[in-house]
Design a protein around this ligand. Structure first.
Ligand code: UD1
Ligand code: UDP
Length: 380
């Protein structure tokens, strides 16, 4: 069975690594999947790209489309044309796309127009905020897909509300979250191998979670590209940083905007660092007192690693983490963020967790479904 995997942005390298690993495992048996990896080039800095391929042993891309940054239409348009050329040449039985980036939508649209079935990993997520580029991408991708691999029951229900259900033409399944698979596998390795804490001057032998540091990340366009929101969030982080260190691995989009608004010199209590590798990130997350973020993936990792999370948004696709008490939507007001973070001690006693994201075998399940239905997709 020949499939094309389309990736382009940081979280997609992590998700695709889990599936690639499951494919390699399967290929040791008689049933085989030939995976052809297409990298759109949406992310290209070493610490946003290459580091993940090396660390997670993702196969080298067979095609690198070198699209780079640009406005949504320009970036997605370039991807569409270049993906179409690859698909016409390779003629795979199926195309796999991940998450909700422009690379996801371009991959799904190019494949669907060529009548190649699309498998969407992380299907059914909704923020119900139509202003988010990601909401547009995931909505359209789901409606173009033949195989919809949902990470939660909620995601299946979200699809049902839009009339997408399993039938003779479509497979819709809650298989669990492939990022959970990755986190389970790599967090143990990270604990042993990552030296990031030492590198940043923290000695975990003497620190406890309560005395160590907060971890922050930010990259959503609505937070970074609006100077009022960006400053409001940074002011809160800077205030919190007066008492407890704040480590902030900077996404390039955020770094650019902080430079544009000359904020580096204003917020001296925030320890800004370059983006870190996945193993270093897991180590930083696990040992943090709490995490402040607007990232989708990091909200879930905080939940899985049992670290309190404050989400710097007004809504989330990952409602399960909020319902369970691990995650609080704190919005972007300076006072609101500080107030919630000050209550972290009290809140932690009430934290509850459960296994709503599957059993850590999502990738295996996905690969098995692909194999079981091999040959039947094009007839649908
Ligand atoms: C993209 C996704 C977002 C995802 C995020 C993961 C879309 C619309 N957004 O957002 O859903 O959560 O990736 O990190 O697809 N840049 C660099 N170097 C890089 C990559 C980006 O300097 O390697 C800078 C460029 O100035 C670029 C900006 O970051 O214009 C934004 O990059 P882009 O890929 O458009 O969106 P992200 O914010 O990364
Ligand atoms: N991540 C990382 N290094 C960083 C920041 C994030 O390895 O400096 C990982 C993080 O652990 C998670 C994923 O990248 O697995 C989340 O990606 P991101 O926040 O860019 O995108 P989102 O999940 O919001 O789409």
């Amino acid at each position: 069975m020949k499939i094309v995997t389309i990736v382009g942005a940081r979280p997609q390298f992590i998700k695709a690594a889990a599936i690639s690993q499951a494919i390699q495992k399967l290929n040791k048996t008689k049933r085989r999947i030939q995976e052809i990896l297409v990298h759109t080039g949406q992310h290209y800095d070493t610490m946003m790209d290459k580091v993940f391929f090396e660390e997670l042993k993702v196969p080298k891309p067979d095609y690198h489309l070198g699209v780079g940054s640009g406005s949504h239409a320009k970036q997605t348009g370039k991807m569409l044309g270049r993906i179409e050329m690859v698909l016409e040449k390779v003629r795979p039985e199926m195309v796999i796309v991940y998450g909700d980036t422009n690379s996801t939508l371009a991959g799904a649209l190019a494949a669907a127009k060529l009548k190649i079935p699309v498998a969407h990993v992380e299907a059914g997520l909704r923020s119900y905020n139509p202003a988010m580029a990601e909401e547009i991408n995931r909505l359209l991708t789901d409606h173009l897909s033949t195989l919809l691999f949902c990470p939660t029951d909620q995601a299946v229900r979200n699809l049902l509300k839009e009339g997408i259900r399993e039938d003779s033409k479509r497979i819709v399944k809650n298989v669990g979250d492939v990022m959970y698979d990755s986190m389970l596998y790599y967090s143990k390795i990270a604990e042993k191998r990552s030296t990031i804490l030492k590198h940043l001057g923290f000695d975990t032998r003497h620190e406890t979670r309560d005395t160590s540091y907060y971890l922050a990340t930010l990259h959503r366009a609505e937070n970074t590209d609006d100077p009022k929101r960006l400053k409001s969030i940074c002011r809160a982080l800077n205030k919190i940083g007066e008492e407890t260190p704040i480590i902030f691995p900077l996404h390039p989009r955020t770094k650019k905007m902080i430079k544009v608004y000359h904020l580096f010199s204003e917020f001296k209590n925030i320890k800004f660092v370059e983006p870190v590798s996945y193993l270093d990130m897991l180590k930083l997350e696990k040992n943090a007192k709490a995490i402040l973020t607007d990232s989708g993936g990091i909200q879930k990792e905080a939940y899985w690693l049992k670290v309190p999370c404050f989400t710097l948004r007004n809504e989330t696709e990952w409602l399960e983490t909020v319902k369970s008490g691990w995650n609080v939507l704190v919005g972007v007001s300076t006072e609101g963020i500080i107030k919630e973070v000050n209550h972290v001690e009290g809140r932690r006693r009430y934290l509850r967790g459960n296994k709503v994201f599957g059993d850590g075998k999502a990738s295996q399940k996905i690969v098995q479904i692909l194999i079981n239905h091999s040959g039947s997709f094009n007839e649908r």
